[in-house]
Design a protein around this ligand. Structure first.
Ligand code: NAD
Length: 306
């Protein structure tokens, strides 16, 4: 698995590493020479309770296999403490895998503020706090590798997951901005939408499907993206699971360009709606300036048809 990529001399922080995907990342990096901070709050998949056991079990496994790891039991909402653990134990941080997560699935009609807030705290604030605390170290050493964790639910929406979908799509915008800000400091940030068998999915997927979705099969993609040799994939979205890897990108229809004056009316748009929907000659925008360019084109146009 993952060829012979190695991470000797590097320090990796993996949040939510007490089980599922996080455990798979942590044990992999440790087996390939990295020193690992195994963070896990140790609560339920709904974000209730806490325990030191989840992280301790993984640290013990890593040590038994000859690797180096320390446990951290803080919530990712206290990300600074997690990064501090890396600095105190190992003196640096090179790789940050923002992986911790919970679910509070409920139809939107029945969603409580607490369901919304906890998802935002763990997924959005958690990723922010960890990255924010790691950032000065990354910048100073001119090196950093970050993975944030989105979800198909964030990319497409999913019944009963308005909170989770919102939090997970937030990881995309967050990653794309960090990628742009980090580029000149050799800080590379990518976001994945994984699919894997874990306690999160064991109740919603049939056992025969889960058998083909080992967390280990998401690891190789992450291994490649956070390796020092990856300098080209930055700010990208990837799907990974069950042996499948694909890249996602935004697609914009060729679009309708109307003059922005009094002729720009609802009926003028309706008349040419097919152009709004026309993906036969798509564009693949990657920055806000692409849209500014379109606006400039619009300024140059004559009056639009009525
Ligand atoms: P999991 O429940 O096995 O692992 C998540 C871990 O995060 C748990 O060990 C949990 O204790 C820990 N955690 C939860 N809240 C925490 C907090 N506040 N601070 C620190 N640790 C905390 O689930 P998983 O499937 O391995 O999920 C890993 C990530 O992948 C999550 O972000 C999840 O949303 C995402 N994801 C998973 C799938 C999938 O198919 N499994 C699909 C899409 C996205």
């Amino acid at each position: 698995m993952s060829g012979h990529l190695r991470y000797d001399g590097q320090v990796a922080v993996v949040t939510g590493a007490g089980g599922g995907l996080g455990k798979a990342y942590a044990t992999f990096f440790a087996s390939r020479g990295a020193k690992v901070v195994v963070n896990d709050l140790g609560g339920s998949f709904k974000g209730e309770g806490n325990s030191t056991k989840a992280a301790d079990v993984v640290v013990n496994e890593i040590k038994a296999a000859g690797g180096e790891a320390v446990a951290n039991y803080d919530s990712v909402a206290d990300g600074a403490k997690i990064i501090e653990t890396a600095i105190k134990a190992f003196g640096r941080i090179d790789i940050l895998i923002n992986n911790a997560g919970i679910l509070r699935d409920v139809s939107f009609k029945n969603m409580k503020d607490a369901d919304w807030d906890l998802i935002m705290t763990v997924h959005v604030k958690g990723a922010y706090k960890c990255a924010r605390a790691a950032w000065p170290y990354f910048r100073k050493q001119k090196y950093g590798r970050v993975i944030n964790t989105a979800s198909a639910a964030g990319l497409f929406g999913n019944f009963g997951q308005a909170n989770y979908s919102a939090g997970k799509l937030a990881m995309v915008g967050f990653t794309e901005t960090l990628a742009k800000e980090g580029a000149k400091y050799n800080i590379v940030c990518n976001v994945i939408a994984p699919i894997a068998a874990s306690r999160m999915t064991e109740t919603v997927m049939p056992p025969e499907m889960l058998e083909n979705l080992k967390p280990d099969w998401v690891v190789p993609l992450v291994a490649v993206l956070v390796h020092k040799d990856n300098t080209s994939e930055n700010g990208a979205i990837f799907e990974a699971g069950g042996g499948h890897i694909a890249k996602f990108r935004w697609e914009r229809s060729s679009g309708l360009l109307l003059k922005a004056d009094e002729s720009y009316t609802a009926s003028a748009i309706i008349k040419q709606w097919s152009k709004v929907n026309d993906f036969s000659n798509p564009q693949y925008p990657s920055g806000v300036n692409d849209f500014v360019g379109l606006l400039e084109e619009s300024m140059k146009l004559g009056p639009s048809p009525q």
